[in-house]
Design a protein. Structure first.
Length: 147
């Protein structure tokens, strides 16, 4: 794996996070219009996008550790007071997203609409925050970070 160059994956991952954020917003818009089938399809696409992100994230993490001896890219830019709290909140909330997303999918497929709606009220902003901050973290780490 050391001979492969997977340094492009952070850009792919940021794009997947951005796509997930857009799909989440479209999904909410669709359900507000009572377009249930379209909402279901878009939200499943958001979940698939996030799953693909996770596969590529872990792949990049393993590749980077193998190729460079460290899995992490240090942030040394001027916005450390913003970057590290955002990164911490992103990581902690990202751990909840798969659980919440799977729970919501199960509730939606069972058509337990009342509980689905209640869970979505707090799960949606968490998932959206994780997706958006993922893009911001990428830009801070790979474009605003003096190496």
């Amino acid at each position: 794996m050391k001979d492969l160059d997977l340094s492009f994956l952070p850009t792919v991952n940021a794009s997947l996070n951005a796509l997930a954020a857009v799909l989440l917003c479209v999904g909410v818009s669709l359900i507000k219009q009572k377009r249930i089938t379209a909402h279901k399809r878009v939200m499943l696409a958001a979940f698939a996008t996030s799953c693909l992100f996770l596969v590529f994230y872990v792949t990049h993490y393993v590749w980077r550790a193998s190729a460079t001896g460290t899995a992490h890219t240090q942030y040394t830019g001027p916005l450390r007071a913003v970057y590290y709290p955002m990164l911490l909140s992103h990581i902690l909330l990202a751990m909840a997203v798969p659980v919440l997303a799977i729970w919501l999918i199960r509730l939606g497929l069972r058509r337990d609409d009342t509980l689905h709606r209640r869970v979505a009220k707090f799960a949606f902003p968490i998932w959206l925050y994780v997706s958006v901050t993922g893009v911001i973290i990428y830009f801070m780490l790979y474009h605003l970070n003096p190496h």
